[in-house]
Design a protein around this ligand. Structure first.
Ligand SMILES: [Zn+2]
Length: 89
């Protein structure tokens, strides 16, 4: 899957310069706007919050809540129906 991070200032795409794993569910990323006229840089965090469907090779150390039905419904929607400001599918 590919996704696009969007600069909140100018709406152009952001690229990930570096990212650092905080723990198995959390990663901090440093982002830079690809629009040279804008040039904004950001810090972002990507967090795995829920399990949408179980793993076929589960790690016993991983304890994540199963996504409630409402979250799983949201994931089934097409990208145009969701309001994603930062992360565009
Ligand atoms: Zn920008």
């Amino acid at each position: 899957m590919t996704y696009k991070l969007v600069c909140p200032h100018c709406g152009k795409s952001l690229r990930i310069r570096t990212s650092v794993g905080q723990h198995i569910f959390l990663r901090t990323a440093y982002l830079q706007c690809c629009n040279e006229a804008c040039g904004a840089t950001f810090r972002a965090q990507f967090e795995i919050t829920h399990e949408m469907s179980p793993s076929g090779m589960p790690n016993p150390g991983v304890r994540l809540p199963l996504a409630p039905a409402a979250l799983r419904r949201d994931a089934m929607r097409s990208p145009d129906e969701t309001q994603l400001d930062l992360l565009e599918a």
